[in-house]
Structure formats: structure tokens, C-alpha cells
Design a protein around this ligand. Sequence first.
Ligand SMILES: [Zn+2]
Length: 644
Amino acid sequence: MPKLSLRFVPLLSLALPAFAAPAQQPIRITADLTEAPRKLYHAEIDLPVHAGENSFTTPEWIPGNHRPTGPAEDITGVVFSVAGKPLQWRRDDVDLYEFHVEVPKGISTIHAHLDCIVLARASDKLAVLEWEKLLLYPSHTPVKEIPVQPSVTVPKGWGIGTALTPVQPFDANTKPGGTVQYQPTTVEQLQDSPVIAGEYFHEFALALEIKPAHFIDVVSDRPDDSNLRPEILRSLNNLVREADKAYASHHYNHYNFLLTLSDVAGGEGLEHGQSSDNGTEELGFANGKHLLGNAEPLSHEFTHSWNGKYRRPDKLYQTDFSKPEVGELLWVYEGMTQYMGNVLAARDGMWTPQQYRDMLALSASQLDYKSGRIWRSTDDTAIAASILRGGSPVWSNWKRGQDYYQEGELLWLDADTLIRQLTNDQKSLTDFFHIFLGKGGNTGPLIVTYNREELIRDLNEVVKYDWADFFHKRVDLINPHADLDGITRGGYKLVYQDRPSASEITLLTGGGRRGGGPDLWYSLGMRIAKDGTITDVRWGGPADKAKLAPGQRLIAVEGRALPADGDDQILLFHEVLTAAKSSTQPMHLIVGSESYVSLVDLDYHDGERYPVLVRDGSGKDYMDEIITPLTRAVTAMPVLSPDK
Ligand SMILES: [Zn+2]
């Protein structure tokens, strides 16, 4: 899409819903989720056609994934037909997402049936529909110009959550389950409007005084977990109020947080304009311990409605899903969202201020010790985003990953504290959000693209500074160390102490993300899994110098066998690392590979090292100011203690 200059867009068109598509016959699609427990989704699709060759396609590049993850390989049982009579089809030889069908004269609509094998996001009790699993539409046509009329069929008794608007208004007396028809939209908006459904379904309205309306729809595998606790709902109400104040505009007709809680359906966090698809563990919101790792995704994906969905880097927007997305500005799209996702988790009360600082220390230290930063810029991690997600942890610190998330968090903290300092605390990044994210006022779901020049122009509107140079130095150039200026200017410093922070202990002992076992990254320079497997070795660290390798298994340390229990492992390394501080001898390890066992000497005497932020008395505490709620709704923090 050519860069859309807001100056030339009549305000009236901004106010129109994005599905105001040309008056043409819509595609009709019914998604059938009744066989979700059997890992199969079905679709019945009526496609308007013309005589001769017609080409239909299924999405390849998925917005928000920034990768070609459309599940073409799992689409099966494809049948095109007219009046029940099959039509021959042929897949395109080069574009494997595309089907060619020859249509006889006099036919204006054909039918397509297809199935999708769905191995994740479905269980016996719930299902998530991402429409790219079932969508079929004319190839090489801007997807915002293709009208579509969707319907969804779910098992009897299952509730449905989605940002799509039903044709029939909600009736509390209607039994859940069966087929729901939704108002016509466009293929672009339908792909952006996932559906969750489940037997144990709850919907909660949030912050009723804020317009437009906000809801959270929750499904879980067990009966009680989707019935969110009052403390969680209080924080979610705060989140809506805080975002309203921070961004001062809306770009949705209503907003639905979609939350699936399941230990079998797999996790997800994907932004959409009018909703977000959040999938986590069954007990993700059951207690404070699990909440530490699960709070931020909700505020992160919500922030994306403004930063990423409404305001989109120009080359990340494509007129149809067959064209590659260019990741160069992901340090804004994801990085600024990462920053605000964490800030809002503290402002809404899901995290305590201490937890916010602990989590920031963990990501800042990880970046500061990321060895691959001596050859690869943050800019390159953004450009290469589509080949950096997931993958093996082996030498991942030397390769770098999607570092533009956390690099972006530090970068925008740097910018926020700098604006506060330059303006004598009169302005902040919030003033920038009001300009950059609020252009055009309140709108329905809409995509308005930007480039780096506009970003710099808008920052200069807040405070004059050489922002071009600011970004160039931090993003484009090689930086052997992480940008810790925001933390320092914020009144704190990153230090390493001999005990993990309370938050790191929560994460290490079953808070989800990290799993059990000791954190040896900043001491010995390696990560070990619970079974002793060395999952990664820090390039240039002590374990690297001792020629240890990812994939080896740690069998014994200083003559003592590695215990099976994670807490016992933590205790063992505490004793061994403490003893090594007063010794000049190397540590003796026994490690095994696939076929051999070997003795390894590891020379390390600096004791245990865990990252934390400590108050640095010399500067103003901008960091504390930043995580203070903007509304009066949050009067007492913390709302939740990790022990609850
Ligand atoms: Zn994101």
C-alpha cells in the first residue's frame, strides 16, 4: 500500500468501518468447529466466479506473525463443485497456496469444501479458529476489497468469543452452540478476527465507563478456570482505563480480549485490531505465581491495537497475504509494544513495581550478555525476523533471536526518560503516543502506515532532539553492549548479586516460562535443562573457554552426581560456586555426549551471579514515575502477591 498521508484522508472516511467494501456479491463461508476435539476443522464456501479460469488462494504471510505461516500443508479434502458436481482443479506450480479452477459458462457461484488438520489450539473442550486455516478467496486482489459473509458452527453448549458482530443481537435465552451468522466484512478484517469457542465459556464486560465497549472472553479445559477471579478483573478494568489514558484514542468498534486456558491446546499471543488471541496454561491466571509470566501478554497484545494494527510500518503492510512482509521497523512495532506491555502490567496492578524492575533486569542482562551483538545489529534482527522465531537454543546467544522486542523495550525506556529529562519532566512518551497513535482521532479498525521519517517528525513535535541519530546509533550500528541508558537515567543500575530476585525464583520454580533448575548463565555461562542437558553455552564465557558444548549432558560436578530435582540442583551449584570463590583450583565436571564421557576443568571463581536493578541515588527516579498509574483507579498496589 502506498504510504497513506493522513493529511489527505477526509475525516469522514476514517470514521467509516473498514468493512465498507464495494457492493459486490460476498463470499459466504461457514466454519465448522464441531470436530475440533478430533483435530479437524471444516469449511463450506460459496465463491462468486466468472466463466473461464478462476484462481483462489489461501493466506500465506500472516499479519502479526510476520512470516509465511499460512497452513497450506494442513489443508486437505479440497473439493470444488457446481450443483453437487465436482469441478477439476489444479494447484499452481509455483505458488502452492493457489488453486486454479476452470468454470463453465453461465455459472456465477461455485462451492468449495475444505478441511484443515489442526494440531494446536484445539482440545476436547475448546477451539481457536484463525481464519487462515479455512479461508479461500480470489488471488491477486486486495483483501480489503473482497466482501465475505462468515458463519461459525460449534458443538452444542459451547460459547463463542470473537470481535465479529453477530447478525442477530445477543439473546441470553438462546442456548449456546450451533451456528452463528456474522455481519458481512472483508477478507482483510475476517483474517484479523479470530474466534474462540468452548464448553466452559465466560464473558466479562470491562471498565463500563470507557467507550467503545471492552470484553474479555475466556475458555478453559476445566470448568472453573475460565471464571476469572475478581482481582484479575480489577486489573483488567485498570488496563482498559490506563490504555485509554495513555493512548487517548481508539481504533476499534469494540474490543474483545480472547483468552484460552489449556495445558494441551498450546500457547499463543497474537494481536488483532479489535481483539487479541491470548493462549496460556490452564492455571495461568489462577494465582500470583503463574500471573508473573502471564500478565504482560494481555497488555502487550492490547497495545498492538494502536501500535502495529492501526499504525503499521509501511513495508509490513501488504495488500494481500501472498506478498512478503518487510521487518525493518519491528523495533517500533514490537519494541515499543514490549515497553508499554510491561509498563501497563505494572500500571494496572498485575505486577508490583518490584516485579516490573525484576523482569526488566532479566531482559536487560540477557541482552547485555548476548554475544551475537558483536556481529549483528538490532536492525538485522528485525530484517531477519521471519527466520529468527523459535528454532533450537543451541548457540542461540551467538546467533541472536528476535531481539528487537527487548532491545526495543530498552530503546523506548531510553527515549521516554530522555524526553522527561529534556523537558524538565513536563512531557513524556505519552505525549508522543497522543500524536503518533491518535492521528485521525477515534476510528474503526483501520490500517494507517508510517515510515521512520514520520516517527522522527512526531518525536520532534514533542521535543526537539536529533532523533535520527538517536535511532541510527542504537538500532543500525553494532553495539557490543545493551542500551542501559534508560535504566540509569531512570534512577537505577543493573547489578549482579549472589541470590536470584524473588521474581526470578518464582519463574525458576514453576512460574512457567523458564522451568526448573539453576540459572548459570551469568556465572558459568551455560544453560542446563532439568535432566542435565546443556541447552546453550554462552559464547566467550567460562563454559565456552572450557570447550563445553550444547547437547552434552552434565553428569557430575566436583565429584557429586547432578540431582534430578531442580531445587536440589540449585542447592548443589550454590555450594559448589561458593566454595570455588576461595579456591584457585578449577572446578571438575563429568559430561557425556552421545557416545563418550569426558572430564572437564572449568576455571571460574566469581561466585553466583543473578541480575537485579538497584536504586542509584544520584539520579531522578523516572522509572518509578513511569510505572505510576495515569488514572486514579489504582489506589493500592500490589493487587496480587506471588504467594496467593
Ligand atoms: Zn507483539
